[in-house]
Design a protein around this ligand. Structure first.
Ligand code: GCU
Length: 686
C-alpha cells in the first residue's frame, strides 16, 4: 500500500512487534458465501489482506465448515445457522447490523445481512490495526437505515465548478469527457472505503442534475458503477433532472401529474432497475436555484416526490427529496426587512407534512442557510412529524476552506446532532429525529456531500479524510465523540505513535474553533466570498447579494433580526422553548447572536466584550492558533512518512498565511465600516 492516500484509513500497516501476536490469530478464514459479488466474499478477501498486512500472517479463505476450530468465520447469521452454527447467544440484529465475537482463536463475524457481515469484518480489522487483540463480544446496529454519500459529479467536464461541483479533489472518478468511464477501479476503491465506515449508498451525480444520465448508453454506464459497488454492499442512487420528460423524452410537459409524464418516469425507472436491480433510489432537487420543479404546473413538492417514490416503490427504492428549496429571485434585502431565505424550507414543507409516501425521505441541510461555519439547526426537523427526514452534512469544505484549510468537522456536526429541539416540550435531539426514533418513522438518516475526486488523497488533502471517516462512523453511531473518531482515524492512517495521535487530535479539535474565529464569528456566517467560488474573505459580498445570505451590516449595527416581534420571524419556526430562547437577546447564545439579532457594534456580549471588540480579538486569536498548526505538524517530522508530512506541511503553511489575510480583511472591513477603534490598537483600515 502506497502512502499517497488511496487506501485512506485501510492501510493495514504492520503492527509493531507483529510476530508476537501470531499465536493468537486464528489459522484460517471461513467466508460463508463464495459468490464473488457477495459482500461476505469481499469480507473474506479483506480479512485475508488485512491480517497479512497487519501481522504478516497469510491465511487461507475457505467457503464452508463454519464450525471448525481456530477460524475467523464471516457470514450472515442465517448462513451460519444453516451451516450448523450455534446462534442462541446472538442478540437480535437490525438490518446492516452485526455481531462480533473474539474468543481465543475463534472469531465470529455475523451480519444480519451480507452487508452487516462485511461491516463486522471491517470493524474487526480496525481493532486489530489499532493493536486491540483483546477478547470481547458485542452486537452493533446502525443508528439509521439511510447512510448515504452524495457526489456532485457532472458528466461533462468544465463549467463553472469543474467536473465536480464544489469538489476540491480533482475531476470525477466516475466520468470523463461526457461519458461514464469504462474503467471504474476508483469507484470500487471508493466503495471499499465507504463500506468500512458503514455507508450503504452513493448518489453518483450532481443534485444540479442532467437529463442525459437517462440515455440507454449512460444507463449502461451507471450499471458499470453499480456492479463495482455491489461487492461492498454500496448501492447506487441517482439525482434526477425534473424536466427530463420534456428535455430528453420529447414530451411537451414535465407536469408530475400528467399521465404521459408519469408513464415516462415509470419506464425510465424500469429500465434502470433492469440493469441495477438493487438501485437505492433517487435524489431530487426541484424548484431551487434555477432548477425546474412542480411549481411550473402549480403542483406541490409532495406531488413531485411521490411521483418518484411510486416508481421505485415496487423495487424497494426510496426517493430522497431535498428541502433546500428557496426562490432567490424574490428576495429583496433593501426593500424588505422581513425577507429571509432561512424561512424558506419550513414555509415550503411544513404544510406538506403527512402528504409524502412512506418511501420518501426529505433531505434537510443541517442549517437553514447553507453549510456555514455556524448555524442553528434547521427548524424543519421540528416541523415534520409525519415525514421521514435525513440530515445533509457537507464533507467537502465548500465554505470552510475548501480543503486548503484543515477544519475537522465532527464538532460542528455534533452541535447540530445533539441539539434538543424540544418538540411538544419533549426531548427531541436532532439525531433522534433523523434516526426515525423520535417520531417513529420507518426511514431516515444521513446524507454526506463528499465530492471526492481523482486526486490520490481523494479529497485533495490528507487531513481532510478524517471528515469522511468520521461522517460514516457518526451516521452509524452519532454518540461517538469527535475526539475518539479522530484518534481512531489517526492510528489507522498514520500509525500508533502516541505523539502522532495526540498531535493530530489536538490540531483537529482546535481547527473548527480557529476557523470560526478568523472567518465569521457570533453567527454572522462564514464571511467568505459569496459571489464567486465561496473562497477567501469578502465580507462586503455578504450584503446586497441576490442569494439571501445577508448580514445587514451598516455603519452602526450588524446582524439579521430574525425575531418574531421585530424581524423576519424565523425564530418562531422553532418549538416554543427554543423559539423563546432565540427570541430574547439575553438567552441567545453569543455564538448565534448575530444570526438572530440586529445589534449595535457596541452591544455587550455575555463575555462583557462588545461585538466589535470580539470580532477583532477573535480574528487575532483564530489566526494565531492557525500559526501553531505549522509547528505542531513539524513536531511529526520523521514520525510519519515524508511524502504525507511534506504535502500536509505545505497546506498548513498556506493556511497559516491565509488566516492572516482573513484576519486583516475582516477586521479592516468592520473597522472602516464602524469607525470603532480596536482597544488593543492593532486594527487599521484596509
Ligand atoms: C450550495 C452550493 C451549490 C449547490 C447547492 C445545493 O449553494 O454552492 O453549488 O448546488 O448548495 O446544495 O443544491
Amino acid at each position: 500500500a502506497a502512502e499517497n492516500g488511496l487506501d485512506g484509513w485501510l492501510r493495514y500497516a504492520p503492527l509493531p512487534s507483529a510476530d508476537s501476536y501470531h499465536d493468537g490469530i486464528p489459522s484460517k478464514i471461513v467466508a460463508l458465501n463464495d459468490t464473488k459479488i457477495s459482500p461476505v466474499y469481499t469480507a473474506g478477501q479483506e480479512l485475508q489482506q488485512g491480517i497479512s498486512g497487519i501481522f504478516g500472517k497469510e491465511l487461507d479463505v475457505q467457503y464452508d465448515d463454519c464450525t471448525s476450530f481456530s477460524s475467523i468465520v464471516v457470514g450472515t447469521v442465517e448462513e451460519y445457522s444453516n451451516g450448523g452454527g450455534e446462534t442462541d447467544d446472538i442478540p437480535e440484529l437490525e438490518a446492516d447490523g452485526f455481531y462480533l465475537s473474539v474468543d481465543g482463536d475463534s472469531v465470529k463475524i455475523l451480519g444480519q445481512n451480507e452487508r452487516g457481515a462485511l461491516y463486522g469484518a471491517f470493524e474487526y480489522l480496525s481493532l486489530l490495526a489499532q493493536g486491540n487483540t483483546s477478547e470481547f463480544s458485542y452486537a452493533s446496529n446502525p443508528s439509521a437505515p439511510i447512510r448515504w454519500i452524495n457526489q456532485w459529479d457532472n458528466l461533462v467536464s468544465g463549467g463553472t465548478h469543474g467536473s465536480v461541483e464544489r469538489g476540491y479533489g480533482g475531476p470525477s472518478i466516475f466520468y470523463k469527457d461526457g461519458y461514464i468511464k469504462e474503467d471504474q477501479t476508483r469507484a470500487a476503491q471508493y466503495a471499499r472505503l465507504l463500506a468500512s465506515i458503514g455507508v450503504n449508498a452513493v448518489v453518483v451525480n450532481n443534485v444540479n442534475a442532467n437529463a442525459s444520465f437517462l440515455t440507454e448508453a449512460n444507463m449502461d454506464g451507471l450499471k458499470r458503477i453499480a456492479d463495482v459497488f455491489r461487492p461492498y454492499g454500496v448501492q447506487l442512487g441517482l439525482s434526477l433532472f425534473f424536466a427530463s420528460p420534456k428535455d430528453l423524452g420529447g414530451l411537451d410537459t414535465f407536469d408530475p401529474l400528467d399521465e404521459s409524464v408519469v408513464e415516462w418516469w415509470h419506464d425510465v425507472t424500469d429500465k434502470l432497475y433492469r440493469r441495477i436491480p438493487d438501485m437505492a433510489g433517487y435524489l431530487v432537487k426541484a424548484n431551487s436555484e434555477g432548477q425546474p420543479g412542480p411549481f411550473t404546473y402549480n403542483r406541490t413538492l409532495a406531488d413531485a416526490a411521490n411521483l418518484f417514490a411510486k416508481t421505485v416503490k415496487p423495487y424497494g427504492g426510496v426517493c430522497m427529496f431535498r428541502a433546500f428549496v428557496y426562490d432567490h429571485t424574490t428576495l429583496n434585502q433593501t426593500l424588505d426587512w422581513k425577507a429571509d431565505r432561512a424561512n424558506a424550507a419550513v414555509e415550503f414543507f411544513k404544510e406538506l407534512d403527512g402528504q409524502f409516501m412512506d418511501n420518501v425521505v426529505v433531505q434537510i441541510k443541517y442549517g437553514p442557510i447553507d453549510f456555514q461555519v455556524r448555524e442553528p439547526v434547521s427548524p424543519l426537523f421540528a416541523n415534520l412529524l409525519e415525514t421521514n427526514t435525513a440530515i445533509e452534512l457537507q464533507i467537502t469544505q465548500e465554505y470552510l476552506g475548501q480543503q486548503a484549510h484543515v477544519v475537522y468537522l465532527p464538532p460542528l456536526w455534533k452541535t447540530i446532532l445533539d441539539f434538543d429541539l424540544r418538540v411538544e416540550g419533549q426531548p427531541s435531539l436532532t439525531r433522534e429525529i433523523v434516526s426515525g426514533a423520535r417520531f417513529k418513522r420507518p426511514l431516515g438518516g444521513y446524507a454526506g456531500v463528499a465530492n471526492v475526486g481523482t486526486n490520490t488523497t481523494w479529497l485533495g488533502s490528507h487531513l481532510a479524510m478524517s471528515n469522511l471517516y468520521a461522517y460514516g462512523r457518526l451516521a452509524w453511531d452519532p454518540t461517538h465523540s469527535s475526539e475518539r473518531l479522530v484518534q481512531d482515524w489517526t492510528r489507522l492512517t498514520f500509525g500508533l505513535d502516541s505523539s502522532v495521535v495526540d498531535t493530530i487530535t489536538q490540531l483537529s479539535l482546535e481547527s473548527w474553533p480557529a476557523y470560526e474565529n478568523y472567518t465569521g464569528n457570533l453567527g454572522i456566517q462564514t464571511l467568505t466570498d459569496i459571489l464567486f467560488g465561496h473562497y477567501g474573505p469578502n465580507p462586503a459580498s455578504q450584503d446586497g447579494n441576490p442569494w439571501g445570505q445577508w448580514t445587514r451590516a451598516d455603519n452602526d449595527s450588524i446582524g439579521m433580526d430574525r425575531t418574531v416581534w421585530n424581524g423576519t420571524g424565523f425564530a418562531g419556526q422553532y418549538p416554543a422553548e427554543v423559539a423563546a430562547m432565540y427570541e430574547d437577546i439575553e438567552t441567545t447564545p453569543d455564538d448565534l447572536l448575530l444570526w438572530f439579532h440586529h445589534v449595535p457594534y457596541t452591544q455587550r456580549l455575555k463575555s462583557g466584550k462588545t461585538v466589535i471588540q470580539h470580532f477583532y480579538d477573535a480574528h487575532y486569536a483564530g489566526s494565531a492558533t492557525a500559526q501553531t498548526f505549522v509547528s505542531l505538524w513539524e513536531s511529526l517530522k520523521g514520525k510519519i512518512d515524508d511524502q504525507r508530512y511534506e504535502e500536509q506541511l505545505f497546506r498548513l503553511k498556506y493556511q497559516a498565511g491565509h488566516s492572516l489575510v482573513w484576519r486583516d480583511a475582516v477586521n479592516g472591513f468592520y473597522h472602516s465600516l464602524s469607525g470603532i477603534a480596536d482597544e488593543k490598537g492593532r486594527v487599521g483600515n484596509y
